[in-house]
Design a protein around this ligand. Sequence first.
Ligand SMILES: [Zn+2]
Length: 310
Amino acid sequence: MEVLKSLLPDKNLLLLESCNIDEERREVIVLVSSVQTAVKCPVCNEATHKIHSHYERKIADLSWANYGTLLQLRVRKFFCINTECKRRIFTERLTDIVAPWARRTMRLASRLTAIGLASGGAAGFRLSQKLGLNTSRNTLLNLVRRIPLPSPDSLKIIGVDDFCFRKCKTYGTIVVNLENNQPVTLLKDRSSETLSSWLKENPGIQIVSRDRAKAYEKGIKEGAPDAIQVADRFHLLQNLAQTLYEVFGIYSKDLKEVEQLQNQASVIRDEENIVVVTSPTEAPPPVKQNKSRTTSCQKKRKSSKNLGAT
Ligand SMILES: [Zn+2]
């Protein structure tokens, strides 16, 4: 039993009562009781030890070997002794073990969340099955959605760009903290009003990197007038590539003549006093403009977005 105690989520707060194996369900059933002597009311934070009643929760936990684990957790309800508190009876909290009303331990939820983050819903579900974790695709996605967003209080340098929700018909805006490259939030559309409102709710931003959309330019001016607007690297390189393509297009005739002359010329090289006539170096194939990189999504973006100079 001592070994089994060490496997509990918290052996200081839980008392191991018994442990049985259900071979048919391939499950270890562990009966445990909470042994907290005093608990705090979740509303007024007043400590109390006045027990109202007991009840049992069934909580899934990490697998033990090839067996799933079910904790039959006996917890209590307490009276709040603060006469001014609006809550009269409350259930005890086991903050580091299980969330209120949750059906799995925190450590199991943490593992499933990690799988959901790394693999997504469908692939995460398949991986979970292989690892003996009983879950579903939607559960993984729900766990990922419940991860609290980082506090935007310290945001100073951000990047904004649009993304499509579905088949390039509706667009949203993603905001990224460029100091740690972590997404901060997703905005419902890519309008200047939405971006402006979000910036006003998150003051203190000093630099905003963006594309050439006028809606973003306007939204930043309205929402964070003191912030410096800069063009992001992708769009600078895109501008450079477009400009070079146009320039080479203007002089394409001259460039072809130079190329032909170069191919016809012979190069004489002196190798230890022996004059060798070598054939000209074969010119590399001309680089074609890779138009296929402009996806249908980007084409629609170009047509639907009002672009202006950065
Ligand atoms: Zn209270």
